[in-house]
Design a protein. Structure first.
Length: 443
């Protein structure tokens, strides 16, 4: 068995850091529920990122109860051992092994739920508030509200108000935003695997193939390199499909002369890669495709050069807007001064999205984009990881010369802020026009 990417003692340190910030409170972090796909078949299971971040446990139907200062600060509730059920669904840790493996202060079976109910009520009676994220899973919400009511009634006529509920993301989001050494290693590996998949796609893409064939080839390459799953549903968009930002139908046939936009990433040990590249079907960019692609590449490389401590995501986005507006003028699509065009958002039909997002356990990862007052955009600091992904899209709603109609280009890389600047984690896949064409024509 390979060693854990994030060791147990690190999960324990995270829990302690979280509890240090939630004194006199109780925190409940549930595992993700199993989601029904159809009939009696479930979707492939993926653990709730916050739960995994704090425990390292991949099992469903589990509950993490944190109560700093109490007799059992970390209680875990897991599947009971049941040989008959394990025969059908696979082995589980069980309470005894969970306590040892996860270094919990106490571990219990999660079924029947009355075991957890009693522990929760006992813990919350000694607390001032509850850290729990409302709105993710309605059934769990109803159970928590019912337990809070029972706990309040158990206190008798004390006049005590109901416990306030605080979103744990206010703390966990900030913890997860700054990546630890082991997390950076996972992100680097996710970027490496994702890049290899894109290189493979460039080599095999041919007219006559279908988008889903490229999608399958990407997944095979990711899995063959050690990725457990996709970081998100792959976008494999040929021709004008590339102008649909979150296109994932992936059914159309590739035509000679199409531009194929691929936005796909691998997830390695619960950490996401996120790359977008554009491939000329047939191995050669048309003159119009080349012009648009170079415009986006110019913006992306200029934005990457800005990624360093002290800058902000907003500043990088504003720079992308400025460069792309100038490029749209160069292409003859916009006319006027750059600043006046930006002020009236003339670029929006062609560049309607942001330039990047935090990256980590979730592809759109957690953490504030503003300072604590929400008045100013926060400055980039070492340990932050995010994407840089400008694009230009000439879909039906974007007026442009006929030669650009139907072209969609986005170029995306993953960036880690370091003490001295930044590191591109996805540099293993080329993006210069000649390099892309060479790979597309490799045999």
């Amino acid at each position: 068995m390979k060693p854990k990417a994030v060791p147990t003692h690190q999960h324990k340190a995270r829990r302690q850091k979280f509890m240090n910030a939630t004194k006199h409170a109780v925190a409940l972090i549930p595992s993700a529920p199993v989601q029904l796909r159809n009939s009696d078949v479930s979707f492939s299971y993926r653990q709730n990122s916050d739960f995994f971040y704090l425990t390292g446990l991949r099992e469903s139907d589990s509950l993490c109860l944190l109560a700093p200062g109490q007799a059992h600060p970390f209680q875990i509730f897991v599947h009971p051992k049941d040989p008959k059920k394990e025969l059908w669904e696979g082995r589980v840790l069980g309470p005894a092994m969970a306590k040892k493996t996860l270094e919990a202060d106490a571990a219990f079976a999660s079924s029947p739920l009355s075991i957890f109910d009693d522990a929760f009520i006992e813990a919350i009676r000694q607390a001032e508030c509850l850290f729990y994220r409302v709105g993710l899973w309605p059934e769990m919400d109803q159970r928590v509200f019912s337990l809070l009511e029972r706990a309040a009634k158990s206190l008798g006529r004390t006049g005590r108000a109901m416990w306030p509920i605080v979103d744990p993301q206010s703390i966990l989001g900030e913890m997860r935003l700054f990546k630890e050494k082991s997390e950076i290693a996972c992100l680097e590996k996710a970027g490496e695997i994702s890049a290899a998949g894109h290189v493979h796609a460039m080599k095999i893409t041919r007219a006559g193939m279908h988008e889903y064939e490229i999608e399958a080839a990407l997944y095979h390459c990711f899995a063959n390199s050690g990725a457990e799953r996709l970081a998100y549903p792959s976008i494999v968009a040929s021709g004008e499909n590339a102008c649909v930002l979150h296109y994932n139908t992936n059914r159309d046939q590739l035509k000679e002369g199409d531009l194929l936009l691929i936005d796909a990433g691998a997830e390695y040990e619960y950490y996401a890669g996120d790359i977008t590249r554009c491939i000329p079907v047939g191995g050669k960019f048309s003159p119009a495709q080349r012009e648009v692609y170079q415009a986006v590449l110019t913006a992306q490389k200029s934005c990457l050069a800005m990624a360093k401590p002290g800058k902000t995501m907003r500043a990088i986005h504003n720079h992308a807007v400025e460069v792309l507006t100038e490029q749209l003028k160069r292409l003859g699509i916009l006319k006027g001064t750059t600043q006046s065009l930006i002020k009236k958002e003339a670029y929006k039909p062609y560049f309607p999205h942001g330039t990047g997002h935090w990256l980590g356990m979730d592809v759109h990862d957690v953490g504030r984009y503003y300072d604590r007052t929400y008045d100013n955009h926060r400055k980039l600091s070492p340990g932050m990881c995010f994407t840089v992904e400008p694009g230009l899209y000439f879909g039906p709603e974007a007026p442009c010369p006929a030669k650009y109609q139907g072209i969609g280009v986005r170029i995306e890389d993953d960036v880690l802020i370091t003490a001295t600047g930044s590191k591109v984690l996805t540099s293993g896949v080329p993006k210069e026009i000649e390099e892309v064409e060479n790979l597309c024509n490799a045999t």
